[in-house]
Write a protein that binds this ligand. Structure first.
Ligand code: FDA
Length: 400
């Protein structure tokens, strides 16, 4: 069977690319090994799909070449996707920081399926065909185009688009296919690692913090010159929550993460004042005006047990500084992250230096395109990764 365009991967980028290419009159076939298209879309944003963000900037993306994403993000913007969403009558709301989710408000039911349906409708209207449960066994470059041997037979195409995503969540269909194919055609693949991912804590802290599971506080989390002020969440395995997921993209094994549990407060100064006005109080009672009591008690017991019950009036300046440091500058050295099992995205991937930032065609192999997360472009938490999938998929769809 011959078609003009084959896209491997029926995820966010692949479906966007298919609808765009087919709308230009190209015969387009999407192949996917999964039994369902767009599984990550359905799972995303807690089932409500944070499909884009009002404030998309190139600075919200990590890549070995930070300029690469600019062209596509400028050619297919968040406003283009919002217009598509509105054209399809999908109801959405802003949660915070410009993050757009499906549904009328935070309380509405899971509705990510509306975004998937929008893409499937766009594909159907433009005439793109989606074929699931198809394993790609081999890909060969021909004098003109490519041949694909698959579990459903042999296919030929003029243009081949790889939209197979990253390694995160293998149970949702993730595989290293895109990276292997890139290497087969001589493209460089940069080392990959799990990102937007929770941390484990070491065994000692995990045991001591067990009762904190479910506690969430706003904090400033910093690592390698990058900071995020957002919620952190204590889990039974370690640390999660938006601020932790964000910083995980800037963290490497061995790095220390700094957590300021009271980012608005100069605690050393505040404690000195409180020593004068509330000298009989303990640290637990004064700190509990700003933080959950359970958290303060656990921190004092774990890190500064000798000061836990001491009245402030009996504490030296050095004692106050110790407590202030613990809450304003808690230094955590995570032994690992939860890895690809729960990571939202994969950092690294197909090196963008050999891919056109306008057409997404490989400079080494004419007719071969890479879009979406398989490329070495990773967005922040907050709808940025989907916007990258839409933008790169659209631009390749205009070029194939
Ligand atoms: P994607 O992973 O979507 O699609 C790849 C497709 O290729 C899949 O259908 C897969 O089955 C197929 N495939 C893989 N290997 C294959 C092979 N060997 N043969 C054939 N087919 C193959 N982002 C965001 O902006 N907002 C959000 O709310 C969320 N939420 C979120 C939640 C969870 C749980 C996860 C895991 C991720 C998110 N993300 C997110 C990230 C977002 O889902 C992700 O960046 C995009 O889906 C990437 O789109 P792609 O099309 O590149 O890959």
């Amino acid at each position: 069977m011959h078609v003009e365009v084959i896209i491997v991967g029926a995820g966010a980028a692949g479906l966007m690319c298919a609808a765009t290419a087919a709308a230009r009159g190209k015969s387009t076939l999407v192949l996917d090994h999964a039994n369902k298209a767009g599984k990550k879309i359905l799972m995303s944003g807690g089932g409500k799909c944070n499909f884009t963000n009002y404030f998309i900037e190139p600075d919200n993306f990590l890549s070995s070449n930070p300029h690469f994403c600019k062209s596509a993000l400028g050619r297919f913007t968040q406003w283009d996707f919002i217009a598509l969403v509105e054209r399809h009558g999908v109801v959405y709301h802003e949660k915070k920081h410009g993050q757009l989710f499906c549904g009328e408000d935070a309380k509405s039911k899971a509705s990510a399926r509306h975004i998937l349906q929008l893409l499937l409708d766009e594909c159907a209207q433009s005439g793109a065909t989606i074929q699931l449960k198809t394993d790609i066994q081999a890909v060969k470059a021909l004098e003109e185009g490519f041949s694909l041997s698959t579990s459903k037979g042999q296919y030929h195409c003029d243009s081949l688009v790889i939209a197979t995503g990253g390694l995160s969540i293998p149970t949702l269909g993730a595989s290293g296919f895109g990276y292997q194919l890139a290497e087969q055609f001589g493209l460089q693949v940069l080392p990959t690692r799990a990102a937007l991912v929770p941390y484990y804590l070491n065994d000692k802290l995990r045991a001591e913090f067990e009762s904190l599971s479910g506690v969430s506080v706003a904090a400033k989390v910093s690592c390698n010159d990058q900071s995020f002020v957002e919620d952190i969440l204590f889990t039974h395995r370690g640390l999660s929550g938006p601020a932790v997921l964000q910083i995980s993209s800037y963290w490497q094994l061995g790095d220390t993460v700094e957590v300021n549990l009271l980012p608005e407060i100069d605690l050393a100064q505040e404690l000195k004042t409180l020593r004068e006005s509330k000298g009989k109080s303990t640290f637990v009672s004064v700190l509990s005006q700003w933080l959950p009591k359970k958290l303060v008690q656990t921190f004092m017991q774990s890190f500064l047990p000798e000061l836990a019950q001491k009245p402030l009036a009996e504490c030296s300046n050095a004692h106050l500084m110790q407590v202030a440091e613990q809450f304003n500058r808690w230094l955590v050295k995570p032994p690992s992250t939860e890895g690809y099992r729960t990571a939202e995205v994969t950092l690294g991937g197909v090196c963008v230096d050999e891919v056109s930032s306008k057409s997404f065609e490989s400079q080494r192999q004419p007719g071969l395109y890479f879009v979406g997360e398989v490329l070495d472009v990773t967005g922040w938490l907050g709808g940025f990764n989907f916007q990258w999938a839409w933008a790169s998929g659209y631009c390749a769809g205009q070029s194939v």
